[in-house]
Design a protein around this ligand. Sequence first.
Ligand code: CP
Length: 317
Amino acid sequence: MRHLLSTHDLDRDNAISILDIAEDMASFGHRDVKKLPALRGKAVVNLFYEDSTRTRTSFEAAEKRLSADVINFSAKGSSVSKGESLKDTAQTLDAMGIDAVVIRHGSSGAPHLLAHSGWIDVPVINAGDGTHEHPTQALLDAFTMRKKIYGEDSRGKDLSGVRVCIVGDILHSRVARSNIWLLSTLGASVDIVAPITLLPHSIGAWPVRVWHSLDDALASGCDVVMMLRIQAERMTHAYFPNAREYGRFWGLTAQRYRRLNSETIIMHPGPMNRGLEISSEAADSPQSLILEQVSNGVFVRMSVLYSLLTGAKGQLA
Ligand code: CP
């Protein structure tokens, strides 16, 4: 594997290998000294054209824990405001000597372009592109589910038999797309719960079951409920009457949270719109793994960087 652009490109063995290496990274993460020398002498650039809190900081933490040199680039405050293109920006950074690029971009396909245009010749990691994909988010979500279900015996396991309900703004969600492909590859079944206005036309071609009632979907039994953020910044139309109506029909309200099976796992990729797609009662409950998702993001991103930059597979030596 040269790049990580999409979870569609991962077969079961690739995906399990990344999750297993992340387990090793997690075991190092609990030591007093968290640093490993694995990427000493390598330089990784974080090329962020869109805002981010979790992904950007956890890539930076992952790179530093692997002893890489980190170059942070944010489009805001850069020569992008003077009209510099993606090609020229990437080649400028490459000329300083880089070994990998982590890119977040508002345009779907930008990481693919960077990886395959020939402009630069280093591994490219997609940190979220438009409404297309966010593969490291899906990997950290799968890691978090696997860890919760199998605990210390997670290594080598997939998610066969696990039922994941993904709820909300599927239309604009790169997290949903990456999760659907990865979860299916790992043997989980995926249920999509959304108003018809927030579903893409292509939904019929996806390996999912679709629900138009959150109450019916939850009553049918989900092992994991993954709530998605309403992406107001990508909405060009009125996709639902108002926030109150959305919360009433599609939100994990306090009432719906209380009706959940006590074993059901609650997840959200963040950032959350509290009171819209998820209530504080649900987000802050013992069933919520939202902060574990954040912690695990560092280990999974360490695993991806390590795998791509060293070519390693399976367990750490
Ligand atoms: N989940 C996620 O991608 O969050 P950020 O936008 O804060 O990186």
